[in-house]
Design a protein around this ligand. Structure first.
Ligand code: KG4
Ligand code: ZN
Length: 428
């Protein structure tokens, strides 16, 4: 009898990942080979290098995922792969390999949207929690697959997280390095349908974290470092403000300036649910210049991240010691403002759409202040909040296998000519 085993491959950005998930609800293995060490030398992802690294890693990563799951290719029921959005060359490596494997093993191939994958990382955790009511907290700790630095252990409590079945509509905030999108997700006959409700007009929230971290001489990706340092600063020291986002310029026919803004139309979206994070990045830059913090940032980067003598990955203590109080206050204020804006608009959209549950997914969902403030607000408003495990917040393949399961049941298989779609949109 079929066990409902799906092998998924994810290679949309800078992680080569493979996972085996049973019936979209039980993770047998999840392997992630991170390219971060390589890209951090350049302060961001270099697409050509990413494709080359995926090419190198994809075979051993898939082999490891099968070995850890204790299965062989012939035990599988289907192969799933991320088909977009993402870097074209990077996506193609995963797609080509998945196609070849599926062909060789006579298995169906399922194409998965990366953004839907992030949403399913949350649903997967809910299903796993439901099937194992008393589960070890260790499952939430960053495993070997996690991108969090050692020393950045999760200090957040699971407060406010609650369990709801896959039957209620949910508002999903996908907040990562490439996206800040709000969707209304509705379960329809075992599958999910998505309606775009809001999104960023320019930078994604994770992108703002990465750019501000770079400016302040912190490591790449910046989110985990800012997350770790923010508790040492005063979040009210620098009063960053988010102006109301105006859509007029875009509606009058001006081309959106960034890739994120091109992937989804905005004409019908309520401006209250639109984000913009390029302004705060510029405001941080101005603050740094005005208060002469640049030499400190450059010295910090050389000492801890880019210098020839750097002693590997620094500890949070070493990084904190290399930051003035003014820098720590700036970091805390930046994070407080970004999370505040995400919180305000997400809860406003949930209220407007009468959604009683919110799913937060994507790399920034690993953030401790975000989890704590969203959970507290949810508890106040009677809205249930769900997050992925820390390891499944950032890119991984278990979420792709989970998202593929309803498609497998519906026999929605990919055509032989499946190709990468770098700007694939989710929903309508
Ligand atoms: O989902 P993801 O792994 O890749 C994309 O699809 O973009 O997200 C990566 C992003 C990066 O911008 C990174 O800085 C951010 O997620 N990130 C965080 C944290 N961990 C990762 N941002 C804030 N706090 C964190 N703890
Ligand atoms: Zn992602």
């Amino acid at each position: 009898m079929s066990r409902g085993l799906i092998l998924a491959i994810e290679s949309s950005c800078d992680e080569t990942a493979a996972a085996v998930v049973e019936r979209g609800a039980h993770t047998l293995s999840s392997v992630v080979a991170s390219q971060i060490a390589m890209h951090s030398r350049y302060g961001g992802v270099v697409p050509e290098l990413a494709s080359r690294e995926h090419l190198r890693a994809v075979v051993p990563v898939v082999r490891e995922a099968l070995a850890q799951a204790g299965i062989v290719l012939s035990d599988l029921d289907a192969i799933a792969v991320t088909s977009g959005p993402g870097l074209a060359g990077a996506l193609l490596v995963g797609i080509t390999y998945a196609k070849a494997l599926a062909f060789a093993a006579g298995l169906p191939l399922i194409a998965v949207n990366h953004l839907e994958g992030h949403i399913h990382a949350v649903l997967l955790k809910e299903r796993e929690d439901q099937s194992q009511p008393v589960r070890s907290k260790a499952a939430d700790a960053p495993g070997p697959a996690s991108r969090l630095a050692s020393g950045l252990a999760p200090a957040f409590a699971a407060a406010g997280e609650s369990r709801t079945p896959d039957t209620d509509p949910a508002l999903a905030l996908v907040v990562s390095g490439g996206h800040t999108h709000l969707y209304l997700a509705r379960p329809v006959r075992g599958a999910w349908q998505y309606t775009l409700v809001g999104r960023t007009l320019d930078d994604a929230a994770g992108e703002a974290y990465d750019k501000v971290a770079k400016l302040l001489g912190l490591g790449y990706p910046g989110g985990p470092w800012i997350d770790a340092l923010a508790p040492f600063g005063n979040p009210r020291e620098v009063p960053f403000a988010f102006a109301h986002v105006k859509t007029k310029l875009h509606l009058e026919g001006k081309a959106p300036r960034t890739k994120a803004a091109r992937t989804a139309p905005i004409a019908d979206l309520d401006p209250h649910f639109l984000f913009s994070f390029s302004g705060i990045k510029t405001a941080v830059l101005r603050y740094v210049e005005l208060h002469h913090l640049r030499p400190e940032a450059e010295a910090r980067a050389t000492l801890l991240f880019t210098g020839a003598e750097r002693p590997g990955r620094p500890s949070v203590e070493a990084l904190r010691a290399a930051c003035s109080q003014q820098t720590l206050d700036l970091i805390a204020s930046f994070q407080h403002a970004v999370i505040g804006d995400l919180l305000k608009k997400t809860f406003a959209a949930a209220e407007a759409l009468a959604a009683r549950r919110i799913l937060v997914a994507g790399g920034v969902a690993a953030n401790r202040e975000l989890r704590a403030r969203f959970s507290a607000q949810g508890a106040r408003r009677g809205v249930s909040l769900s997050f992925p495990t820390l390891a499944l917040s950032t890119d991984n393949a278990a979420m792709i296998a989970a998202a593929a399961w309803p498609r497998f049941l519906a026999r929605e298989f990919a055509p032989a000519e499946l190709s990468a779609d770098p700007s694939l949109a989710l929903g309508v």
